[in-house]
Ligand binder design. Sequence first.
Ligand code: NAG
Ligand code: NAG
Length: 426
Amino acid sequence: MIDREMSASFPLLILLSLYLCCPSIAVRKVPHLEEQERPTWNLFDTSNYGKLQLDNGLALTPQMGWNSWNFFACNINEKVIKETADALVSTGLANLGYIYVNIDDCWSSPLRNVKGDLNPEPRTFPSGIKALADYVHDKGLKLGIYSDAGAFTCQVRPGSLFHENRDANLFASWGVDYLKYDNCYNLGIKPEKRYPPMRDALNLTGHTIFYSLCEWGVDDPALWAGKVGNSWRTTDDINDSWESMTSIADLNDKWASYAGPGGWNDPDMLEVGNGGMTYQEYRAHFSIWALMKAPLLIGCDVRSITSETLEILSNEEVIAVNQDPLGVQGRKVSTEGEDGCRQIWAGPLSADRLVVALWNRCPEATTITVKWELLGIDPTIAFTVRDLWKHKDLSGNVGVFSAQIDSHDCHMYIFTPQTADHSMVM
Ligand SMILES: *[C@@H]1O[C@H](CO)[C@@H](O)[C@H](O)[C@H]1NC(C)=O
Ligand SMILES: *[C@@H]1O[C@H](CO)[C@@H](O)[C@H](O)[C@H]1NC(C)=O
């Protein structure tokens, strides 16, 4: 385990590795590229990539689906969950990969039953969770449930701390596919102690269940949770505001080198469509979450989704960045202007491509320019540049690329190297 002083100096280390990596890559010429196995985008520190992985076969790419909390909070019932499953299918979102239908807090009664089992709230879930799982499975979707690594859940339902095997067996018997495990009423016991018992209990059921840790970033879970869960929250809860979304993106960025297939940093669920941000801000939220390989868990009411929200959430090209098999978390690579509001975020993708997001966090429109050197690549290499929101190929400049961007908007591109063309020119 890395100690706190070391983790505090991560941004410095990343800057240092940026500084050290680029000159050597910049002097590489195309003929040399062919002698090397492949171009290396070592701009991005992936030294911790895939080191600690929970080996349950899940989360090879970040999980996608829906969760009830951000829109419904405690106002849930089995009708809402079923209608949401229906809507995920009818809108086409399910086909795009949004397959987990995750019930958050408040599904359970305030008391365990006489056997000691958790008990669905009879007023709101009269048919029980097994029936709901069957319904969701019949649609080709998966069902997620919620519990807490404490004495109670945040809404004061019974927690699973010290009941891990009993509760995991119950979830498995219902056919549940996913567990979000919260952190309220935790009796002051460290998360490193409270989260592994549920991992082991889920594993012992013999059912493959996605394990999503929600311990709010306490004790820097990126440093230990890869062995425990398939994803781990890195921050406090998101809320439907520009301030919350941007601050969480920045906090999550710090842990980029720890994400990888099997285990992802989780900056919390999407607020896209809930009304507290503009179209441009939601588009930026979705772009940056996709680039950061965050779980894409829709948090709005899919039953009454607007065409604008659907357009954002169903952008297949942006989803493909999130689900890219290379599985490296993109990160913030440069900031300029007042408060660093002209930002470039980037990351490597499979097939030697790069994803590049130009994010204008300034209060007015501005031009953002990205130079190849910043990305650690030979400035003489030509790229085709694909605009993932305009769905258009742009004419490829060599060495530099700029765009005019509205306030709080984010443009997102895939850069594909044209190395074959380039060697003909040489
Ligand atoms: C249980 O853990 C073992 C060892 O990590 C793993 O191979 C197996 O797939 C896990 N089983 C389930 C059901 O998660
Ligand atoms: C939302 O999050 C921001 C940033 O963390 C915080 O300042 C604000 O108080 C939060 N708003 C609500 C309603 O919780």
